[in-house]
Design a protein around this ligand. Structure first.
Ligand SMILES: [Zn+2]
Length: 504
């Protein structure tokens, strides 16, 4: 029996290895000849529908009248787009030439960046910044997260969390510190991050893998990260759509959906909260095809079941996509739908602070807005995570920006895009984890020096985190030097903002 089990493991490993594409000797079929990518502006739903019908693929996350959107389209249909009343800007005149350039870059990387074996010794630091200098295939990503778990088994483990439509396994890496007295790992709140629901968005799985890598590598050196990892269970699914991801390497670079039959389902329209509404389609050939029923796809079922397995411990979630540099918060399923207070204010403050942090770190601007304001889209992961299990959920659209994609392939920008994107989002992801697991966030504008006998006035803002609070219960206590604390009355000045006069 033991012998048979070993043989089975060897056979599986062989299969997995065979999925690694030989980039040097493979040439994807030239399926993009005679196609362009354009940005269009529509004034009516009729125009939106006409544009979708004329296009080969929707490059934006959604399409609507609230904002321009990007379409892949045959060159000989661009005239019809204009005749239908849409404003059209050419972004990529020759898509095949772009795909060729991107493939040439992958070849260059494969030639000069021969993969090093990932075998960090037990207890060593598995993070390899240079690994993120190039796009990596599915099995390379899995090898990377397996190496993290092998190097630091007390912090990280990889588990099989479900299946794809083609029968592949879905993997998650869980990162949390060892059990401590009164702080068992299994009791900690869960923050779930997933990448690559959409196959072609290659910066997404790279960024999400980077987050996992830094959580482990910085545990020993950064007290803030140690604190996070010792108080939160991070569950990270780098590739939610492995079948599509493989297909985007081997055959159709700009494939978005999963690999059901020949047409595929848009996984990010298949989630079961307000499924079937605006910004999704019942037509199988549409890029926003929502599937035959909510959660009809094994990929969304698997991620849903993983989320539900944590019960009330699941507190927060981010779904990473590309491109456009956006931080989107719920809801997205229809025009004008807002999260109820206090969550709405919480989401506004959180996403603005994440955006500010990214901008201060790298200069890149990620626009923090409510999802529907960009494009109403029903059946998204983020709406379900917030609307059903109640997790604070965001959709982040990574680099490049809407301005930077002219002439550039937004789904495979130069590989030098990966690291700055991952680094700025590492900063934002830490802030996200802190804010969504704390009961309250506290911002204080206190005077730093005070003249003798002066009565300073302080102002502060309380932001509900995972719990609401009673606004009348806010008390400030102050003391002079090492003296006793004296309660000071507070004056509420509107949404979460207070002032207090400290004693002389
Ligand atoms: Zn996407």
């Amino acid at each position: 029996m033991r012998h048979a089990a070993c043989a089975l493991v060897a056979a599986l490993a062989g299969t997995a290895h065979a999925q690694l594409l030989d980039v040097l000797n493979h040439t994807p079929p030239r399926v993009y000849e005679g196609q362009s990518v354009v940005r269009v502006r529509a004034d009516s739903i009729r125009e939106v529908n006409a544009a979708m019908a004329l296009s080969e693929s929707l490059w934006s996350e959604g399409a609507g009248v609230n904002a321009p959107f990007d379409l892949q389209i045959r060159v000989d249909r661009i005239g019809a787009l204009r005749e239908a009343g849409l404003e059209v800007e050419i972004m990529i005149p020759d898509l095949q030439a772009n795909a060729d350039r991107a493939w040439a870059e992958l070849r260059q990387a494969a030639r000069f960046d021969r993969p090093r074996p990932l075998n960090t010794p037990r207890g060593g630091n598995p993070h390899d910044e240079a690994w993120f200098a190039n796009y990596k295939q599915l099995d390379q990503i899995y090898a990377y997260i397996n190496n993290i778990a092998a190097a630091r088994p007390e912090l990280a483990s990889v588990s099989d969390v479900g299946n794809t439509i083609q029968g592949r396994d879905l993997f998650a890496i869980t990162i949390t510190g060892p059990d401590q007295p009164g702080n068992a790992a299994a009791d900690r709140p869960v923050v779930l991050w997933n990448g690559c629901q959409h196959a072609r968005e290659w910066v997404s799985p790279m960024t999400v893998t980077y987050l996992a890598s830094r959580l482990v590598s910085d545990y020993d050196t950064d007290p803030v990260v140690k604190d996070l990892v010792d108080s939160i269970r991070f569950v990270i699914v780098p590739v939610t759509n492995p079948d599509g991801y493989l297909y985007s390497w081997s055959t159709e670079r700009y494939w978005r959906k999963n690999r059901r039959s020949t047409y595929g389902v848009d996984l990010n329209r298949n989630w079961g909260y307000e499924w079937g509404g605006d910004g999704s389609s019942g037509a199988t050939d549409s890029d926003i095809y929502r599937g035959a029923a909510p959660f009809s796809e094994p990929e969304t079922q698997s991620l849903r079941d993983l989320a539900l397995s944590f019960g009330d411990d699941l507190v927060a979630h981010i779904d990473y996509h590309t491109y456009s540099q956006l931080i989107l918060y719920p809801f997205g399923y229809a025009d004008g739908v807002q999260a109820p207070e206090p969550d709405r204010t919480f989401f506004q403050n959180l996403t603005e602070d994440m955006s500010d942090l990214i901008q201060s770190q790298s200069g890149a601007f990620y626009n923090p807005i409510v999802s529907w304001l960009l494009y109403p889209a029903a059946g998204t992961a983020s709406d379900w995570f917030y609307g059903d299990p109640g997790a604070k959920s965001l959709t982040i659209e990574l680099r490049p920006s809407d301005q930077d994609v002219f002439g550039l392939d937004g789904f495979s920008p130069p590989a030098s895009t990966i690291l700055p994107t991952a680094q700025e989002n590492w900063a934002a992801a830490k802030l996200f984890a802190q804010r969504t697991t704390l009961p309250l966030a506290f911002g204080l504008d206190a005077p730093t020096t005070v003249a003798a006998n002066e009565q300073p006035v302080i102002g502060f803002t309380l932001t509900p985190g995972t719990q609401d609070y009673d606004p009348t219960s806010v008390v400030v206590s102050a003391r002079i030097g090492a003296g006793p604390f004296i309660p000071v009355p507070t004056t509420p000045n509107g949404t979460g903002t207070y002032s207090a006069t400290l004693p002389a």
